[in-house]
Ligand binder design. Structure first.
Ligand SMILES: Cc1cc2nc3c(=O)[nH]c(=O)nc-3n(C[C@H](O)[C@H](O)[C@H](O)COP(=O)(O)OP(=O)(O)OC[C@H]3O[C@@H](n4cnc5c(N)ncnc54)[C@H](O)[C@@H]3O)c2cc1C
Length: 470
């Protein structure tokens, strides 16, 4: 029996991939009266930051065969996209195969379709309410929680899932921050207007050299940009391209792995050397670690995890989070033609006049200063994950009441294995849960679909299991 025989209510804040797939699992599997409230501030559900792009050149960085929303049905996305291709025609320039990197905006349609189908298949007393609004505060109490929305309305829920996903980057640290209020500066790289009103011959500067920068560079190319594209990051390293490889056999067990990051890196490097000598690609060696990456991370002592973040993270990111060959080719051509110039260093100062802005960059490991003159500067340093820095009212509210706390590394939220959040005193919440990027501190690998889809399924099971909430 549910309390007073009323339907159980679960509010999911964030209707990107994570929130939508938790909702889909709840719709499909609930066997008792359930009201799901999916709250999303963007105009559409199911897309979130990653799949809300308008650019066809923004491709998935995971091949179609690995992008199913359902871990138990790995070909679900492939079948969907092939069927869509048949019925709609020219969805893609060529036939979609398991190794095709599909445009992300098509993947957004897939997530929407998964949610719609789950809603249509749900039992009559299992309902989905899509609420286009922004959650600004949560007040948990003995019987659930009240969620306040930016329009002043409130709603009640027994359980709440924070599927807040990817937060925008913070402005790079610099002494004089006044330039960050300039119209020449774009702080939110995923804004649909980030690349509007740029003269195609103007020079631009992209801060950061990871996947977000590549997104902007290929979108500039798609809109016919001919001017210089300067890129600056501390190391000047770009993500490597994907390549289809012969799978490499597992070479490391969780039990046998070193618990010190130095030894672990040495061991992987040795393995890569041996593998290359035997005709394998280094990518296959790294990919063989993926099934145990979360466990390897979890058994590292905190100090070793810190060491990883300080010294290894950047190298891990560019080797592990690779880019589709199509995007890599466009960027290689931009580098070859010198339209794109990569600077390794740190921004020292901005000097803006009526025409442009001079950006002074101190070159890596030197005191040399290089100045680039550009018409626009876009912060593409990637997602921010330090919850202590977020000024969003919802996070401020949760933080100030002690309902959440950052994990020990401040790269996400402190969370128990079942996804329940820990409060400021370390007490596991019976009401608040999360999944996806906020679980980074606990899991490290938790940003891509292959990891999040498992969490979404398990979290929905957990929420349905604990249904006698009163
Ligand atoms: C640019 C980019 C490209 C990516 N490409 C890939 C890829 O190709 N393959 C892959 O596997 N992974 C990719 N990822 C990783 C991505 O994190 C996951 O695939 C997944 O999309 C994460 O979904 P999410 O719902 O957790 O987060 P998000 O997509 O960030 O969605 C969170 C949603 O919550 C909403 N929200 C937040 N706060 C509130 C609030 N207070 N009230 C209401 N709504 C709120 C936001 O508007 C947003 O729509 C990419 C990530 C990014 C940023």
């Amino acid at each position: 029996m549910t309390k007073n025989n009323l339907p159980i209510s679960i509010a999911i804040i964030g209707g990107g991939f994570s929130g939508s797939i938790v909702a889909a699992h709840l719709l499909i599997n609930a066997t008792f009266p359930l009201n799901i409230k999916l709250i999303e501030r963007r105009p559409t559900f199911g897309r979130g930051v990653a799949y809300g792009t308008k650019y066809g050149c923004h491709l998935l960085n995971v091949p179609a065969a690995k992008m199913s929303a359902f871990p138990d049905d790995p070909e679900h996305f492939l079948r969907w996209v092939q069927k869509e291709e048949q019925s709609r025609g020219n969805l893609m320039p060529s036939v979609v195969k398991p190794d095709t990197f599909v445009p992300r905006k098509i993947y957004g349609e897939y997530v929407q379709a998964v949610l719609d189908e789950a809603e249509a298949a749900a039992k009559e007393n299992v309902q989905l309410e899509r609420i286009k609004n922004e959650a600004v505060s949560i007040s948990p109490d003995a019987n659930g929680a009240t969620v306040s929305l930016s329009t002043g309305q409130t709603l009640r829920a027994d359980k709440i899932v924070l599927a807040l996903g990817n937060f925008p980057p913070t402005d790079p640290a610099i002494q004089d921050k006044s330039f960050y209020t300039s119209l020449r500066y774009v702080s939110y790289p995923w804004s649909p207007h980030a690349l509007s009103d740029i003269d195609p011959n103007d020079a631009v500067l992209l801060i950061g050299s990871g996947l977000t920068m590549l997104d902007l560079a290929v979108a500039l190319k798609e809109q016919g940009h001919a001017g210089a594209i300067h890129v600056v990051s501390r190391h000047g390293l770009l993500p490597y391209p994907h390549k289809f490889t012969t799978p490499y056999p597992a070479f490391l067990s969780v039990e046998g792995a070193p618990k010190a990051i130095r030894s672990l890196v040495r061991l992987v490097r040795e393995e890569v050397k041996n593998a290359i000598a035997r005709g394998y690609d280094w990518r296959a060696v790294l990919d063989s670690l993926r099934p145990i990456t979360q466990q390897l991370w979890q058994q590292l002592p905190l100090e070793e995890q810190r060491r990883f973040l300080r010294h290894v993270r950047i190298y891990w990111e560019v080797h592990r989070h690779r880019v589709s060959p199509g995007v890599a080719d466009i960027v290689a051509e931009m580098l070859h033609s010198e339209q794109m110039v990569v600077h390794a260093g740190r921004i020292q100062a901005y000097d803006e006049d009526d025409e442009a802005v001079d950006v002074a960059i101190r070159k890596r490991h030197t005191t040399d200063i290089e100045v680039v003159r550009v018409a626009r500067v876009i912060n593409s340093t990637g997602t921010e994950c330090d919850y202590r820095k977020f000024g969003h009212p919802l996070i401020q509210n949760l933080r100030s009441h002690g309902f959440i706390r950052s994990d020990a590394l401040a790269i996400g939220l402190d969370v128990s294995p079942n996804g329940a959040l820990l409060d400021v005193d370390g007490v596991v919440s019976q009401i608040l849960y999360t999944l996806g990027p906020p679980r980074q501190g606990r899991l490290w690998e938790t940003t891509a679909v292959p990891e999040i889809r498992v969490q979404a399924q398990e979290l929905a099971q957990e929420l349905l299991r604990s249904r006698n909430y009163s």
